[in-house]
Design a protein around this ligand. Structure first.
Ligand SMILES: [Zn+2]
Length: 343
């Protein structure tokens, strides 16, 4: 990972805008990968396709200007698991949730990710643990990836009943299988998004990076708002230190919450703060001609649209300047001094 991440999330790949962003100093691309199994069918009409991800990697995987962080989804989206791989709560087989003691199921989930990383020499992975299906219960998705284990999530399949007698054992076992798979394949999985508990980081290896959404601001970057967000993230970092899962924080900014010029202000505000080791922009609707988000709300035109007062035709030139100012600031002796007291 770069020392200071200037990240952009990609869902609808638009090479013109990728190039504009890289030329303006973006050094990390978070590549959303929602459809791991093309044979299961393409993901619903809001997201990008398997072939778009492949085309991007063919072109950019070894581009020295950027780091690619692959962001694959961990939940099954289009196909049910085999019955013997399912989580069973005593009444119902959760058809898209793996049984915690089933190695095959976890391996099947990780296998396409491992293959992709090897083929394109990708070092960085952050798992997307959201489920984009609406009613998760209807689809058989338990939110195991983003919760601390609870007794209600105890699998009662025959294997689990034979081997294990407490929910905690089940999930520790699950965690170990998951982690060993990553380790054996040399995948630096830095964490997941979103996260809910620092506990989540235990199952990942390598440096821990928290690409947080809790820093998504709105409106003008007032001092009090910046401070309030800072305070919460500072405590999150402290908590991670206490729990032995020390994290680096990359502050998320929802790019469509405000005008192009306010976005630049927020990028600079976060860049000045030593608690953060980067920023990342989400969700790219203003940075792609191919976005599938509706453009009927405020702030949804292209970021450099000449006809929209909320956009700015010179956005990328200004972004370049802001990124340079951040680099300069972070090299200053004052910043370095403050950095000494960083938790
Ligand atoms: Zn089970």
């Amino acid at each position: 990972m770069k020392k200071y991440v200037k990240g952009m999330y990609l869902i609808w790949i638009d090479e013109d805008y990728v190039e504009k962003a890289i030329n303006a100093g973006i050094n990390t691309i978070l590549l959303a990968w929602q459809n791991l199994y093309p044979e299961h069918g393409e993901i619903h009409d809001l997201y990008g396709t398997y072939s778009e991800v492949i085309n991007f990697l063919e072109k950019y995987a070894n581009d020295p200007r950027i780091d690619i962080v692959l962001v694959p989804t961990l939940n099954m989206h289009f196909k049910n698991l085999e019955k013997n791989e399912c989580f069973y709560d005593g009444k119902k087989y959760w058809q898209r949730t793996p049984c915690p003691s089933n190695k095959l199921s976890i391996y099947n989930r990780l296998n396409p990710i491992i293959k992709m990383c090897k083929k394109y020499n990708i070092k960085n992975v952050i798992f997307d643990v959201e489920h984009y299906l609406g009613n998760t219960s209807e689809y058989g998705v338990l939110t195991i990836w983003d919760n601390k284990y609870f007794p209600k999530y105890q699998c009662k399949c025959n294997t689990c009943l034979k081997l294990l007698n407490s929910s905690e054992n089940q999930w520790e076992k699950f965690e170990n299988i998951f982690k060993n798979n990553l380790k054996n394949n040399n995948i630096n999985a830095y964490g997941q998004m979103p996260y809910f508990n620092i506990w989540n980081f235990k199952k990942y290896i390598g440096e821990k990076w928290l690409f947080t959404e809790r820093t998504y601001p709105g409106g003008k970057p007032s001092k009090s708002l910046v401070k309030e967000i800072f305070r919460k993230q500072w405590f999150k970092k402290l908590e991670s230190k206490i729990l032995g899962q020390k994290i680096k924080i990359c502050a998320g900014i929802w790019a469509e919450k405000f005008s192009a010029n306010k976005l630049l202000e927020w990028i600079y505000e976060y860049g000045k703060i030593s608690l953060y080791d980067g920023y990342w922009l989400y969700p790219q609707a203003r940075f792609s001609k191919y976005t599938k988000f509706k453009r009927d709300k405020n702030y949804f035109t292209l970021i450099d649209n000449p006809n929209d007062p909320t956009a700015d035709i010179h956005f990328f030139e200004k972004l370049k300047k802001v990124n340079k100012r951040i680099d300069k600031k972070r090299k200053s002796w004052k910043f370095k001094l403050r950095n000494l007291f960083k938790i």
